[in-house]
Ligand binder design. Structure first.
Ligand code: URA
Length: 260
């Protein structure tokens, strides 16, 4: 039988659920009307299950995801290594629901590295960060100060705190941020920009351990030993166009810092 990919399998399952199927068929029939004493003893079941936890391969829940991420990230000596290490990292559940991993775009070695939140639908499909509506605004914003991801004279390098799309674009979970943070730190160290642009609350959370972008934006700070400028996320600017005025002030401050 031809094997199904994740998305096709999920679509088929969802279709069956819509039709009312709410249980999987097992190999042996199950008597749902059996009295408790005719059912297998739960204790025996537990004992059966135990050896898998102790003797078999270590269960995912028992592994220290942050420690494994740190070891994998520290082993990367180039951006290509880092990308491969992230692709091989299996402990973040987001990976299972994503179509593509989104590593970066732009020119590695650029003086400005932009850190966003996580891929959305467009990014998940294309494998590149900031290509949807927010990304198009981001390109226009930086174009206005003469910078761009494909501009060799004044390039940008762009990534996100999470490389896989959260389902339905939900907020990142603290454990997802913590698990992927060693990769982000290594990413910054290897890309080695002059300054960081920290886009929105979730990036502030991951890099500065702070939230409150309305207060933080425009205030230069330090993250990973680099000058860092928190800015409004372009998705927020799409919802709140008047905030573009502050974003423009921040862009000018950024251009000034890069030109110094
Ligand atoms: N929003 C982000 O923060 N990152 C993307 O890549 C796309 C939208």
């Amino acid at each position: 039988m031809e094997s199904l990919d994740f998305h096709t399998s999920r679509a088929l399952l969802e279709w069956q659920m819509e039709l009312g199927a709410d249980e999987c068929i097992v190999d042996a029939p199950v008597d749902r009307y059996a009295l408790p004493d005719r059912l297998a003893k739960p204790k025996a079941k537990q004992e059966e299950a135990k050896p898998h936890l102790t003797k078999g391969p270590v269960a995912l829940s028992e592994r220290d995801a942050v420690a494994e991420a740190r070891a994998a990230a520290e082993g990367a000596v180039t951006l290509e290594d880092l990308k491969a290490a992230m692709q091989a990292f299996d402990l973040c559940d987001l990976k299972r629901g994503a179509r593509k991993m989104v590593f970066s775009d732009g020119i590695a070695g650029a003086p400005v590295m932009i850190i966003g939140e996580a891929p959305g639908r467009e990014e998940d499909r294309s494998g590149k960060p900031f290509v949807g509506a927010a990304g198009q605004l981001l390109d226009r914003m930086f174009d206005a100060i003469g910078m761009g991801r494909n501009n060799p004279a004044a390039p940008l390098y762009i990534t996100n705190i999470l490389p896989w799309r959260p389902p339905h674009n939900r907020d990142p979970k603290p454990e997802e941020i913590a698990m992927m943070q060693p990769f982000l730190m290594r990413h910054i160290a290897l890309a080695d920009p002059k300054v960081l642009v920290v886009m929105g609350n979730w990036a502030c959370q991951a890099l500065l351990a702070k939230r409150g972008i309305t207060r933080l934006r425009g205030q230069w700070t330090t993250a990973v030993d680099k000058p860092a400028l928190p800015m409004f996320h372009p998705a927020y600017l799409l919802r709140n166009p008047p905030a573009k005025r502050e974003a423009w002030v921040d862009l000018l401050s950024l251009r000034n810092a890069v030109d110094k």
